[in-house]
Design a protein around this ligand. Structure first.
Ligand code: DGJ
Length: 698
């Protein structure tokens, strides 16, 4: 039984982890344990007797509440803050009951209400037993007759064992420079990470990983507590160490400028947060998330991704049928399976000053529509894909001229443009319906197998005239609108594969991955930078989600082989100007595309092991292994290392210890244990790379 009801609370067990919570004698719902699974339900700690330490530090402050509201002497970061119609600004939880369900994903629901006012809370816990993950979310219901104003509604608070110091790992970056892994010790106080941009952002990602500061995890061993938020809008993570040695991470929709008017009878549901614990290090934490994303989140999780060609870096806005067909013919000869025409194809789009919003083919560039190009691409044996940026509008567009009020703005202020564009208010159902109609028509009229959904700016002046509720609901209703538009199109065109792009990796999260199977990770395609970006991305996301193109960045100092090897670590794409490549380079690329097709099932669907970090070392390596441990691929990369540079030993991971394996380029077979313990040295010159196949032979 994965969910046990005990005399004082509940124990949630996954394959190897346990999580316990219960009601203390003061009636507070408190957390008691998150760590390795224990032999018996009785082994888990029960809620401690509530105590206060001084008149300055009451029970609420000292208890490790599971979902604290701002109330009484609760001075820690709360999960919940609301104001009732009469101005009362706290919430006092009273436990009402619990329900459990069994089945493939057992669930515990705890029901609470406010002690005096009409307010109900449901805390949901869904167990992913095989993946050792717990999914949490909250529902707030107003059963009263007056409105309730929500000011903070987090998805979860994750407590780690008390009395220890922790290191927080998180991802940080900016446009062209995403996904740096930062690690810092948490000291008393609150470390806040957030997005105020109405989207996930390039700057931080809603992911955390905590390690004991005194015993940090490695890639292969050690304890780690980790989690994510499945949300594509503004979010906040508050990692707090209080003055009594309690460390906790609250995560949810950002409460900055946030208000939600909850009318009588209405329910507000938070996005889900997923948490996990492992004793097998950072690599195991990532692999849990990778498997979860592939098995539970992605629309087409088990499908292998096609090798694509994208026209952006070759032709930018200068697309037309002839030039695209020329590229498509060259791409097809190389073994590309999906040809994607990027920006520039729609009405009035000659550069980034015009056109966004007018989603029909430009009459000058495509006088006969997109059908001719799509048909030729299909004749060449490839699928056809298209770029769109549905949330945006250029002031110079038919759409803006017809509906200037559809752009997000504050009345009386000049709306700030970025890349000459404004954001459509996707919180409005008329805007959603317009975009659904336009994109549905495109998808219906043309044989489109793939859509790249881009978003090239973040919000400013987030006003909403005529909002049915509080205009500040835009922070959430906008994202819900994006989900509705995208979800409707997905339902109507279920075979289409979508890619999430926001100027590269600005919208990578588990919310968008319910809609998109792939993410364009960065606009920076310089391969050495990309190695680091890819490592950061892999903390959360599996290789099949990571779209990686070889472009024309880097040929002055990097071979095509190196550049291809970097991109082969994900979902391979080509984005260079193929006419300029010439027959020799195209033939070389064709060779590697063929190799990629042989190994892509291992890369896209297998386990990933980060053997040596490119963010830390100029000599780096990453290994992929099929789930049955029978076949693998090893990539090693050397950028610049000052001489003398001893070649590091690469210790393979995940192999069956007693089985025999060969590694391409090395004579004979060795036991899995030998490859993993003694490792292997592969000499590389500066700016060289290698791909070696691993084969189980006995
Ligand atoms: C930003 C994307 O990241 C690029 O790949 C490209 O699609 C441009 N937008 C097009 O405007």
């Amino acid at each position: 039984m994965p969910i046990h009801t005990t005399p004082t609370g509940w124990v949630l067990e996954t394959g190897s982890t346990g999580y316990a919570l219960g009601l203390n004698s003061a009636g507070l719902l408190v957390h008691t344990y998150w760590g390795a699974r224990l032999p018996r339900p009785e082994d888990y700690p029960t809620p401690p007797v509530p105590r206060e330490w001084a008149s300055f530090n009451g029970i609420a402050h000292l208890a490790r509440e599971e979902y604290p509201a701002y109330a009484g002497t609760q001075y820690n970061e709360p999960c919940f803050k609301a104001t009732f119609a009469n101005g009362v600004r706290d919430a006092v939880w009273v436990f009402e009951g619990a329900e459990t369900t069994t089945g493939a994903q057992p669930q515990l629901t705890l029901r609470l209400r406010d002690a005096a006012y009409p307010l109900r809370l449901a805390l949901h816990y869904r167990l992913h037993e095989a993946l050792d993950l717990i999914e949490r979310w909250a529902e707030i219901h107003n059963p009263g007759s007056e409105e309730l104003t929500l000011e903070r509604v987090f998805s979860a608070l994750w407590h780690v064992p008390t009395g220890e110091s922790y290191t927080l790992a998180h991802l940080n970056g900016k446009w062209l420079d995403e996904f740096h892994i930062l690690r810092e010790e948490l000291l008393p106080g609150v470390k806040a990470l957030e997005s105020r941009r109405i989207t996930t952002s390039h700057h931080h990602n809603p992911w955390f990983l905590l390690e004991r500061a005194a015993a940090p995890a490695s890639e292969t061993a050690g304890e780690a507590w980790f989690g994510v938020l499945a949300w594509s809008g503004s979010w906040k993570l508050a990692a707090e160490v209080n003055d009594f040695g309690s460390t906790r991470v609250g995560i949810g929709i950002n409460d900055w400028d946030f208000v939600w008017r909850l009318n009588p009878g209405e329910t507000f549901t938070t996005p889900a947060s997923l948490g996990g614990y492992t004793q097998h290090g950072r690599g195991a934490a990532s692999r849990r998330l990778h498997d979860y994303i592939r098995r539970q989140v992605l629309p087409h999780g088990a499908e292998l991704h096609k090798v694509l060609y994208n026209s952006w870096e070759a032709t930018t806005f200068n697309v037309d049928e002839e030039s695209q067909i020329e590229l498509a013919e060259l791409a097809a000869e190389m073994g590309v399976e999906l040809f994607v025409m990027d920006d520039g194809w729609f009405h009035g789009r000659d550069d980034d000053h015009a056109g966004l919003g007018d989603w029909w083919p430009d009459e000058g560039k495509f006088p006969h529509g997109l059908g001719g190009l799509a048909r030729r691409v299909n004749q060449l044996g490839m699928d056809f894909g298209l770029w769109v940026e549905p949330e945006m509008v250029n002031p110079n567009s038919e759409l803006y001229r017809a509906h200037p009020d559809w752009a997000i703005h504050f009345p009386g202020r000049v709306p700030t443009q970025a890349r000459n564009q404004l954001i459509l208010n996707f919180a409005r159902s008329d805007v959603q319906d317009y975009i659904i109609e336009k994109l549905d028509r495109l998808l219906t009229e043309t044989n489109i197998a793939f859509i790249k959904w881009d978003m090239n700016r973040n919000v400013s002046e987030p006003g909403w005239e005529g909002a049915p509720g509080d205009p500040r609901e835009i922070w959430v209703r906008y994202v819900q609108g994006v989900y509705r538009v995208w979800g409707t199109l997905r339902e109507r065109h279920p075979r289409v594969i979508w890619q999430s792009c926001s100027g590269g990796g600005g919208r990578a999260d588990l919310g968008i991955l319910r809609l998109a199977d792939q993410v364009w990770v960065s606009d920076n395609t310089e391969p050495c930078a990309r190695l680091s970006i890819q490592e950061g991305f892999s903390q959360v996301f599996p290789a099949n989600v990571m779209e990686a193109w070889v472009t024309d960045s880097g040929p002055e100092y990097l071979s095509l082989e190196f550049r291809l090897h970097v991109s082969m670590c994900g979902s391979l794409g080509i984005g260079g100007h193929l006419k300029h490549w010439g027959p020799t380079l195209r033939a070389e690329a064709a060779h590697w595309i063929a190799v990629y097709k042989e190994v892509r099932a291992i890369i896209q669907q297998g386990d990933q092991f980060r053997l040596r970090s490119p963010q830390a070392y100029a000599y780096s390596a990453v290994q992929y292994l099929a789930k049955d441990q029978g076949e693998g691929v090893l990539f090693a990369f050397r950028t610049h290392l000052a001489p003398p540079a001893p070649t590091p030993a690469l210790r393979l991971q995940g192999l069956a210890p007693e089985a025999l394996y060969t590694l391409e380029g090395f004579p004979g077979a060795r036991s899995g244990r030998s490859w993993m313990e003694a490792g292997v040295q592969i000499e590389l010159q500066d700016f060289h790379s290698t791909l070696r196949r691993i084969q189980r032979v006995a």
